[in-house]
Design a protein around this ligand. Structure first.
Ligand code: C2E
Ligand code: CA
Ligand code: CA
Length: 583
């Protein structure tokens, strides 16, 4: 019973594309509408023909029976439409009705002597001839179209349905809400076969693989209902339906994978072949057809990375994150390679709004020209160990700019640079500092190195020597994101910092409660006790500024007085602050 059901489902599946074509040609509802009009006209005509009454139009009496010709013409037009749009079904319906009309008309003429029906006989015969001619002509056109249609939905090399057929089928399932798994399949090492053994061997391999897979899809041995097609090159797709559990999908895919176990013998070669499979499900993963195949493809690529270990992967959202990170990784590498990392300068002020200097912040653009946030690319650059390259690039470029600006204006301003541990731990870090200072002419007292508090704690022992050396050179040291790293007093006391930077998160909530305000006040006092200046980061509002003034903060850096600026705009800020207007 179950087997019969599967077989009939299979036929349905194979006919789906044909059905879709027919649906596109004319809507099914139209057939019934035409049929009703047709039957109404057919019966209406004999009723009207017998009518003795008349209607008055613009003062002229017109007998109702004269309309019989009009109605009969409408019926004939509908018969022709049925034949044109609904093929065999339309033709035989129209022909049956037309033929049934003939005896009725003849009976009228010979028995009831209604000679007015004689023109109707000719009309009827003309319509029959017309629909027969149209039908025969349609058969010829249909044959040609069927051939074209087959070519359009078939992959010429393997005989499997092609990408177009696959997407039409899948769209139909989506429209009907039928659940299915979309499997993206890619042969492993196929390019190598093409490159080393030639296209003929490559093609023969594809034909053999396709035929093994097609026979699984056709004989129903997987227990699920499968549709296999070739998308392009060595890319295939399987659409699996009628599964109950995730396990059923895996079993089916494994069956396709195991079909490649036997070596492929072509042109005197004996070739081992395997494939990577990735899948996503409709509707649980997504309801969008493009997204579904993208997801399946992402999973397939993941399976390919593990080729040999895990040949089948199910899509998961974590893969999207990995993909994004991998993409970002290559963008960062390219930006470093092409030297397109640039920087902004965010001004820092004392509480009287006098410029202290700028923090250099790394910037990077995406391919479409939009900015990628440092919050995204800095952690990725850190994780792949190339953050030091970004640090160096920002350091070198901003130092050159600020060095020149100081020379030009005589302004006494600081340049703060973010330094990662990886960068600071580099054997040549101190040499780099000296080289950059030489090149840019920036003096050590105008240079400040920012080290985040958490990093300072983690790498205290290793970094300490380096920090001491920096300090000896006369360069300032700032502890960044202060308050987030739980550094102990003893650490702080032994750390040669000049500046504590209170993290934005504390400034954000500072005015929301008395205890938050006290906390910031305590951080500031802590700095002052140890002789360290304090700057608050991320100050955006006037009430925050008022509080900070009241609790004795030394400096602010925040959108309220200045966003990160292009070097040109930063130059204007320096000129405005240090060059007094000519009286
Ligand atoms: P950070 O060192 O704490 O830099 C301050 C961040 O706070 C900057 O974000 C700045 O634009 C933002 N900011 C400053 N004032 C305000 C404000 O009033 N409101 C708001 N909403 N934000 C404010 P940005 O430029 O996105 O940098 C993020 C982080 O990326 C930096 O945090 C820093 O840790 C890292 N970073 C940036 N450039 C470099 C670099 O060259 N090297 C290294 N290692 N890290 C960098
Ligand atoms: Ca910083
Ligand atoms: Ca910070």
């Amino acid at each position: 019973m179950e087997k019969d059901k599967k077989a009939s489902e299979k036929r349905i599946l194979e006919k789906t594309l044909e059905q879709l074509y027919i649906e596109k040609r004319a809507p099914a509802k139209g057939f019934f509408v035409l049929l009703i009009i047709y039957l109404a006209c057919t019966f209406g005509v004999s009723f009207v023909a017998k009518s003795q009454s008349s209607v008055n139009i613009n003062g002229i009496d017109i007998s109702i029976y004269t309309f019989a010709g009009v109605i009969s013409s409408i019926a004939n037009i509908v018969a022709i439409l049925l034949t044109v749009y609904y093929g065999k079904k339309g033709f035989f319906t129209a022909l049956t009705v037309l033929l049934l009309q003939l005896p009725m008309i003849f009976m009228g003429i010979f028995l009831r002597k209604t000679y007015t029906s004689i023109p109707g006989v000719f009309g009827n015969l003309a319509a029959i001839i017309a629909i027969i001619v149209i039908f025969i002509n349609n058969i010829r056109i249909d044959k040609y179209q069927t051939k074209l249609r087959e070519q359009a939905v078939t992959d010429m090399l393997t005989g499997l349905p092609n990408r177009f057929a696959c997407s039409e089928l899948v769209m139909d399932f989506i429209k009907r809400g039928t659940p299915f798994a979309a499997v993206s399949v890619n042969l492993n090492g196929f390019k190598g076969i093409n490159d080393t053994m030639g296209f003929d061997v490559g093609n023969a391999v594809l034909i053999e693989v396709a035929s093994r897979w097609k026979s699984i899809a056709d004989n129903g041995s997987s227990g699920t209902l499968d549709f296999i097609c070739r998308l392009s090159g060595d890319e295939f797709a399987i659409v699996i339906r009628h599964y109950l559990t995730e396990d059923d999908i895996l079993k089916t895919i494994n069956l396709y994978a195991s079909a490649l176990k036997d070596k492929i013998e072509v042109h005197d070669y004996s070739i081992s072949m395997s494939a990577s499979f990735g899948y996503a499900e409709f509707p649980s993963d997504t309801k969008d057809v493009d997204e579904l195949f993208t997801y399946a493809n992402i999973a397939m690529l993941k399976a390919k990375e593990n080729a040999g270990l895990q040949q089948v992967m199910r899509f998961s959202n974590a893969m999207m994150d990995n993909l994004y990170t991998a993409e970002l990784e290559s963008k960062i590498r390219a930006a470093i390679e092409n030297d397109t990392i640039f920087y902004n300068l965010q001004p820092q002020f004392n509480m009287e709004h006098k410029l202290r200097g700028f923090e250099a912040l790394a910037r990077m653009k995406d391919n479409d020209g939009s900015f990628i946030s440092p919050g995204e690319f800095i952690p990725v650059a850190e994780s792949i160990g190339i953050i030091d390259k970004i640090d160096s690039s920002v350091f070198r470029k901003s130092a050159r700019f600020i060095g020149n600006l100081i020379k030009e204006t005589g302004a006494d301003i600081m340049l703060s640079i973010n330094v990662s541990v990886k960068h600071m731990m580099r054997a040549d870090f101190l040499d780099e500092l000296i080289t950059i200072m030489d090149e840019s002419g920036i003096k050590p007292e105008n240079l400040e190195i920012e080290i985040t508090e958490s990093i300072m704690i983690e790498s205290m022992d290793k970094a300490f020597e380096c920090i001491e050396a920096i300090k000896k050179m006369g360069i300032q040291i700032a502890i960044d994101d202060f308050g987030t790293g739980y550094s102990s007093l003893s650490y702080l006391n032994s750390f040669p910092a000049n500046l504590l930077k209170i993290d934005k998160s504390f400034i954000d909530k500072m005015n929301s409660s008395d205890s938050s305000k006290q906390y910031v006040a305590a951080l500031i006092s802590l700095g002052h006790i140890m002789g360290i200046d304090v700057i608050s980061e991320g100050v955006e509002q006037q009430d925050q500024l008022d509080t900070l003034k009241a609790i004795g903060c030394d400096y602010v850096q925040g959108f309220i007085w200045g966003r990160p600026l292009s070097p040109e705009d930063a130059r204007k800020v320096v000129l405005d602050s240090f060059i007094s207007p000519v009286p």
